[in-house]
Write a protein that binds this ligand. Structure first.
Ligand code: UT7
Length: 350
């Protein structure tokens, strides 16, 4: 090897090791909020032609929380989650650099729900924006926030997932009304002092899947009109069985890819943090990864599918069991189609 080759290689090595050590992003706090009202399977039995046995065996859902009351959107729950996060992490809101809100049910078409949350929590030194990727939104937002920390641009990034799914659910449709719930969750991302943190992401979209899962009206293609309201086009439209098949394949592919890229065997993973759309999809993903059931975070029984809040609510509910250095694989699939997985090692003892 010539001197110049040696120097060049040494430079790359030093640069990589400094870069990796200095700017690894880690999750330094988690928080969540679900509204008080609990919608049970028994109450749904009175609204649509369904029953507790069908819902439980096909989805794993028993209850979901619903935000009741006038003039309260997703930001209401996002603010609550972030306020708890600030308190838990002892963070002054004026020190927050960026707030990213993953939501599919924004308070308004504009401005962004993240703008409303940042204002309400008093983060006036921050900029903020929304991420829209349906049920994979939190995964995408977490990876976006990670980039700002890794690049050394910012030191405190809040990623919040908040959805008032009840605002776009038709409670006369048994196919969708049984699945979704409302909630919010948030994480703090900061530079890691060591090697623990967010390591890798595998993210994909296939926009051809839009036809199978979308809201037909309310956007620029079909603005709201008397006709769209009368046709019930402002609700979630889902071809359940088609989405189910793609979700099983997509989550498994993403999880497998992230394991292979990081030289990991399924047995080495401590926790699967899966999007909570259907217990059977989660079990299929865990099976593909050869993961024992006790390593899989499950909250779907009590919250249903809260879209962008499922992943942070899992972290919130399992936080006390998490140990520093444990290996976590996040995985999600949603409308778009969007899907992916993130590999992280946990940064603190819960
Ligand atoms: O998070 C975003 C991504 N979304 C997902 O990942 C959701 C993926 N899909 C699913 O989770 C499932 O497809 C559902 C839970 C939505 C539906 O379960 P399924 O096992 O795929 O049921 P299906 O749609 O194939 O319907 C089977 C039967 C049908 O009756 P017939 O045609 O066989 O007589 C439905 O009409 O079940 C009927 N059905 C119900 N029965 C009682 C559908 N919904 C209900 C219900 N109660 N709520």
């Amino acid at each position: 090897m010539t001197d110049s080759h040696f120097l060049y290689n040494k430079f790359i090595f030093d640069y990589n090791s400094i870069y990796m050590q200095k700017f690894k992003a880690s999750i330094t706090g988690v928080a969540g909020y679900v509204p008080d009202y609990i919608l049970t399977n028994q109450e749904l039995e009175r609204l649509v032609a369904t029953n507790d046995e069908w819902i439980t065996s096909r989805t794993g859902i028993k209850t979901r929380h619903i935000l009741k009351g006038e003039n309260m959107g997703s930001s209401h729950m996002g603010v609550k989650a972030v306020q708890i996060l600030l308190e838990k992490t002892n963070t002054n809101p004026m020190d927050v650099d960026l707030v990213i809100c993953a939501t599919t049910t924004p308070d308004f078409v504009f401005p962004a729900t993240a703008n409303l949350i940042a204002a309400e929590i008093g983060a006036f030194n921050a900029f903020s924006y929304d991420m829209q990727a349906a049920c994979s939104g939190f995964l995408y937002a977490m990876w976006a926030g990670t980039q700002f920390i890794q690049a050394g641009t910012y030191k405190k990034v809040i990623v919040v997932g908040a959805d008032k799914m009840s605002s776009i659910i038709d409670y006369t449709d048994r196919a969708t009304s049984i699945i979704f719930g409302d909630g919010a969750g948030a994480i703090m991302l900061e530079p890691s002092p060591d090697e623990d943190g967010i390591h890798d992401a595998f993210l994909r979209t296939d926009g051809r899947g839009w036809v199978h899962l979308h809201q037909k009206a309310g956007g620029s293609r079909r603005p709201p009109s008397l006709e769209t309201v009368q046709n019930r086009e402002h609700y979630v439209y889902q071809e359940g069985a088609v989405v189910f098949k793609h979700a099983v394949t997509g989550m498994a592919q993403a999880a497998e890819e992230i394991l292979t890229r990081n030289n990991l065997k399924g047995s080495e993973v401590d926790w699967l943090v899966p999007h909570q759309a259907n217990k059977r999809i989660i079990e299929a993903t865990a099976q593909k990864m050869e993961l024992a059931p006790e390593k899989v975070m499950l909250t779907i029984d009590r919250y249903g599918n809260t879209t962008n809040a499922t992943l942070p609510l899992c972290l919130r509910d399992y936080e006390s069991q998490l140990k520093k250095g444990q290996k976590l694989v996040f995985a999600a699939f949603g409308g778009g189609f969007t899907w992916g997985a993130i590999y992280a090692t946990w940064a603190y003892n819960g």
